[in-house]
Structures are given as structure tokens and as C-alpha cells.
Ligand binder design. Sequence first.
Ligand SMILES: NC(=O)C1=CN([C@@H]2O[C@H](COP(=O)(O)OP(=O)(O)OC[C@H]3O[C@@H](n4cnc5c(N)ncnc54)[C@H](OP(=O)(O)O)[C@@H]3O)[C@@H](O)[C@H]2O)C=CC1
Ligand SMILES: N[C@@H](CC=O)C(=O)O
Length: 436
Amino acid sequence: MKQTPGKKLRVALLGCGVVGSQVIRLMREQADDLAARVGAPLELAGVAVRRPGRARDVEVDPELITTDAEALVTRDDVDIVVEVIGGIEPARSLILAAMNSGKSVVTANKALLAEDGATIHRAARDNSVDLYFEAAVAGAIPLIRPLRESLAGDHVHRVLGIVNGTTNYILDKMDSSGASFSDALEEAQALGYAEADPTADVEGFDAAAKAAILAGIAFHSRVTAADVHREGITEITATDVASAKAMGYVIKLLAICARSEDGRSFGVRVHPAMIPRTHPLAGVREAYNAVFVEAESAGQLMFYGAGAGGAPTASAVLGDIVAVGRNRLAGTRGPEESTYADLTVHPVGETVTRYHVSLDVADKPGVLARVADMFAKQDVSIQTVRQEGLGADAQLVLVTHRASDAALSATIDSLRELDIVRDVVSVMRVEGEDAS
Ligand SMILES: NC(=O)C1=CN([C@@H]2O[C@H](COP(=O)(O)OP(=O)(O)OC[C@H]3O[C@@H](n4cnc5c(N)ncnc54)[C@H](OP(=O)(O)O)[C@@H]3O)[C@@H](O)[C@H]2O)C=CC1
Ligand SMILES: N[C@@H](CC=O)C(=O)O
């Protein structure tokens, strides 16, 4: 691209941790290429951090470091603000202050966008500045732009994905080496995949935030994290993983955004699910992410790559900085939806899928018939049933045909009332058998 003589674009970076340090490194190492792509050199105007004396993964000119992030984002010589602090505050106030003083913003902050994206999007519109957030979902994988731009002329039916690297790493380790949950989590933390508080990963909050963002874009609607049904992976045991494996399944934490059949509503949920080992998502190993999109005309699309880690996430941030830089030089703004579809988010009870149910039962005649009767009473059809173990170890393992979450929950409640059911050992959704 031809460079604008004398023009520089000044970037204020908020945060210099796992992601921020890699943004600085790449801006420095690729300065000439970036200048050519944007049309003007990018220059670091300042770096706001919390603990200025801390050792960092990248060398930063001490003159650039500040703890006064607010002063940095409102400075007249700053064009673009990159927020990689994370969390709700002070990130939200800083982004709003930046936009109110005319800066375009790039952020990787899924927690904030899922909690209060409406406020941030409105501020971008009101101030005629850009808001780009490719890194907020699935790290390095280009996903926001394909959904927001490339598929803008299509009708998305379903988005099904592995969007949290930490939990995929943990479940993959449990599956491949029989590791315990806590050992696998420790490894994921040491590799820098986990959030500062791993609860956000293992309890599904991080994936739920990403699911809210994806559903909002895919279905042109306002969706917040509170709209997402969320279950984490802390209850998954080595036994669950081994028994899924024995049946030809693998357990993954999935984010699922799906339109109802009449197209007027959609559901958004995050939970562990069994998927057949032949499904493309089953081959997504370690901390990788992958997202399956099903659209009316495009059909099935799959996006795959590194969903976490400093350099991969910084790659997505840099892509956004280039896009924002080009827009600023051209005096334009990127795509932003100004009106929203009138779709509602339906409750998880209306979800229709298949279930794997494992029960500890008394080992005596008539047990199978009584259990089957409870399923029949709720109109839940059983596809397969298997008895394992004998006497005190007797278990029934059932897989249902497609049924609603509400019907399955009612079935489980009634099974708990039966004297012959000693324990409901596990109930897990089975997904992905309809993907070719
Ligand atoms: N890590 C990853 O793989 C991915 C992260 N993300 C998102 O990117 C963002 C950043 O994540 P990550 O780099 O891992 O986080 P880190 O915790 O590694 O870094 C956070 C940075 O923010 C700084 N900071 C914290 N509070 C303040 C404050 N009040 N004022 C100024 N600076 C502050 C910290 O300063 P100090 O260093 O002095 O403590 C630190 O440099 C988050 O939104 C995260 O969800 C998205 C995709 C992947
Ligand atoms: N903790 C997150 C980081 C990226 O968003 C993950 O593990 O995916």
C-alpha cells in the first residue's frame, strides 16, 4: 500500500501480559511490513500496566510505561487503543474514555463484550470510531470477520465449537494419557493457556462469553453471557472419559448456538458433551480450538487453529490494528450492525438432543422394564441400553434418541425416586452425530 507521507499511527497499549507483550514484540519485529500494509508506520505511544517494575517477556522502553491508563487513552497524539487488560473494570471505562476522545479500539476482552457489549458498540457508533475484537473468540482463528462480513449474505443455522483451549487441553490429556483433572489443569496453567483465575475456564465462563459473542454475530441479535446456559468440566471424572472412549466417543466442552426449527428463536449453551470419535471436532487436540458453522447456502464450514497463547492471540490483535489503521487513513469505519433481528433466546429446556445416561441399579429381574417405563412416561425414546457389572456393581447405560432437555430432566427426577436406582452416575448430552 502507498504510504501517506509524514503520517504515523500512534498506538496506546493497555496491558503488557501474555498477549500485550507479544503485541509489542510483533509490532517491533514486523514494523516495516505493518507500515506497508497499513499505509503509515505504527508507533507505540505508551504502555499502561498495573505493576511497572515487573519483569516482562519483552523489552519495553521505560519511558513508555505508565500506570495512568486513563491519561494515556485520552492523549491527543493517540489514534488507536489496544485493550489487553481483561475483565470488566477498568477495561470498560478505559475503552469508553478512549472512544469518547475519538480513538478506535481493538480489544481481546470477551468477558467485557459478553457482559456489556451493547454499551461498547453504542459508544463506537456514537463516536464514529472502530471497534475490532477478532482475538476475543478463539485466539488466532479468523472467525469474527468471516461471520460478520463473509457470511453477512447467508443465513447461519448453527455454530458448534471448541472455544476454550484450557479445557480442551485438560480433556485431551485426560483422554490420551488418563491424567487426573488437577494434573492436566496444572499443565495448562504452566503453558499460559488458563485465565488468571482458572475458574473462568473450567467452569465454562470463558466459553460462555465467547458463545454469547458468536451467537450475537451469527444471529444478528443482542446476546449476553447471562443468556447462555453454562456447565463446566469440573465434574468430569477419569471414569467418564474412559467410558466415553470405550463407546467410541470423546468428551469435549462445546459451545453451541443453534436456531430453533421455526427460525424465530435460538439457544446458546456451553457444556461437556460426548461426540463420536469420527466427528471432525473429536480430532481437535491439546489447546487447539475449532468452530463448525452451518449456513443455509454455504453449508458446513470449519475454522481451526490456536485458540489461546500470547503469540497466536497477538496475531489476531495485529490483524485488527492493521484493519483499524487502514480505516483511519481512509477516513472510514469497519462494519457495524445498527439494527438487530427480532429473535429471542429460548431456555435450555427447549434444547433437543441425545443423552447418555449411566445409572447404578439393583441387580434383579424387572429393573430394566421399570427404568424404561420412566423414559416412556416422558416420551423419551431409548436407542440403546446395556447392562454392565453384577450385583452391587450393576450399572445400566442408556443412550436416548433426540429428546428435549425438559423431558430428560423430568425423566431423571423420576428415576431418582425409584428404589431400584441406587445412583444417577452421569447424564451427558451426545452431540455431533448429524454432522457429515
Ligand atoms: N492469554 C490468552 O491466551 C488469551 C487472552 N485473551 C484475552 O486477552 C486479554 C489479556 O489477557 P492476558 O494477556 O492473558 O492477561 P495477563 O493477565 O497476562 O495481562 C494483563 C495485563 O494487564 C495489566 N493490567 C491489569 N490491570 C491493570 C490496570 N488496572 N491498569 C493497567 N494495566 C493493568 C497487567 O499489568 P501487570 O503486568 O503490571 O500486572 C498485565 O500487563 C484478556 O481479555 C483475555 O481474556 C484472549 C485470547 C487468548
Ligand atoms: N483461557 C482461554 C484463553 C483464550 O481465550 C482459553 O483457554 O481458551
